[in-house]
Write a protein that binds this ligand. Structure first.
Ligand SMILES: O=P(O)(O)O[C@@H]1[C@@H](OP(=O)(O)O)[C@H](OP(=O)(O)O)[C@H](O)[C@H](OP(=O)(O)O)[C@H]1OP(=O)(O)O
Ligand SMILES: Nc1ncnc2c1ncn2[C@@H]1O[C@H](COP(=O)(O)OP(=O)(O)OP(=O)(O)O)[C@@H](O)[C@H]1O
Length: 347
């Protein structure tokens, strides 16, 4: 198809077609509504893939084109753009914190790759306009991107190919007990919080897995098998979680402990707070897993640095888990249920 006379469609067009210019020598990657004049760029239909509490994720679908200067090279990344919410950091800060604190901790093949991309005027308004056409989570349907957002991030696309098993997303959560939990605890931090929330009728996606994170790193293979079965029905991925992902989970556990050896109950100085933020980020990241033509790919993502403003929340969660007896499975009588999931109650 000859697209050399391609002209952009108006902002209201659905789905929006944008020009994606990959990083090229000294030029940063760029997404624009007009075809760039200084570099090759591919016209791409840009589709909403999903969103979380902090970011939107879009998928580029390159348009068939014979002109080599209008084709993309290599795997096509996803486009991640922050929501216009005050607590969400900009792409430049997200990337800087990721490069400085998290990239050095893990082998590159186990990380979602991140690269800055410039967003030209017009690109975000077109994407915002397109959001109206999608079915979105009702609690997030008011969220949008800032129309003048200058940067986004390009991230490794972990979506499965058509006819492949579904993408598995697993939050490993707290792989070691909280440093300030009682010594004779019957629940780990993740299981204690799940039990507390259940008593209030609240159930997050992680809670719904009904799995104990300690089992993922247990020396007992049967514990790891149960944890893997709670994460996915895919047998190949289960084997991967039980055996191959173990070193990655162990590194994650080691770093969670290293950055937060004392817990959050005592007053901590700025340096210790910064480390707690790193530990909490590593306790809330996501492992993306899928089996593709080259085997299983497993990459950690969602390593967005937590902010010190959350320290009071973490402190009050810890206080209540201790004081109300959730760690000891000694919660108030009317809320009491026998803990059966946590590894600490099974040993
Ligand atoms: O409090 P937790 O351990 O349940 O973790 C929260 C997550 O809950 P979940 O993993 O689903 O149980 C929670 O995930 P969901 O929004 O429930 O998907 C968030 O990731 C939250 O972090 P933030 O407030 O968005 O920075 C997470 O909060 P923090 O890790 O910052 O405490
Ligand atoms: N690299 C990826 N490959 C495939 N799908 C992805 C990728 N990154 C994100 N997604 C999809 O987009 C969703 C939202 O992305 P993401 O978790 O980055 O948003 P967030 O706002 O940072 O999340 P949170 O609510 O945890 O802060 C994910 O749950 C996942 O379904």
């Amino acid at each position: 198809m000859d697209l050399s006379n391609y002209t952009p469609t108006p902002q209201s067009a659905f789905p929006p077609r944008l020009w994606f210019a990959q990083k090229h020598e000294s030029l940063a990657a760029q997404v624009s509504i007009q075809r760039p004049v200084d570099r090759p760029a591919a016209p791409c239909v840009t589709l909403y893939l999903n969103e979380g509490g902090a970011n939107f994720v879009f998928k580029f679908s390159p348009q068939d084109c014979q002109d080599p200067s209008m084709q993309l090279q290599g795997p096509v990344p996803l486009l991640r753009i922050r929501k216009n919410l005050s607590h969400v950091q900009g792409a430049e800060q997200q990337l800087q914190a990721f490069n400085e604190h998290f990239r050095p901790l893990f082998p590159p093949q186990h990380l979602i790759e991140h690269e800055l991309v410039e967003l030209d005027e017009g690109a975000v308004p077109a994407l915002n306009a397109s959001l109206k056409r999608y079915k979105r989570p009702s609690n997030r349907s008011g969220d949008v991107m800032a129309e003048d957002e200058k940067y986004g991030l390009l991230v490794t696309d972990m979506s499965p190919l058509p006819r492949e098993a579904r993408l598995v997303q697993l939050k490993p959560k707290w792989l070691a007990q909280s440093p300030t939990a009682p010594r004779d605890a019957k629940r780990c931090r993740t299981c204690a919080l799940r039990a507390q929330r259940a008593a209030r009728g609240v159930r997050t996606a992680t809670d719904a897995q009904e799995s104990c994170p300690l089992a993922l790193v247990s020396e007992n293979v049967e514990d790891r098998r149960q944890a893997a079965a709670a994460a996915t029905q895919d047998k190949t991925l289960q084997v991967y979680i039980v055996r191959d992902a173990l070193p990655l989970f162990k590194t994650l556990r080691e770093k969670q402990q290293e950055f937060d050896a004392r817990g959050v109950l005592d007053d901590v100085d700025d340096a210790a707070t910064a480390d707690v933020c790193k530990a909490m980020t590593l306790r809330d990241c996501t492992l993306f897993l899928h089996s593709g033509p080259l085997g299983i790919e497993a990459r950690l993502g969602d390593l967005d640095m937590k902010q010190p403003e959350k320290l009071d929340k973490w402190r009050s969660v810890e206080r209540s888990l201790i004081d109300e007896g959730w760690y000891g499975n000694a919660e108030p009588g009317d809320a009491w249920t026998e803990e059966k999931v946590c590894l600490l109650s099974r040993r």
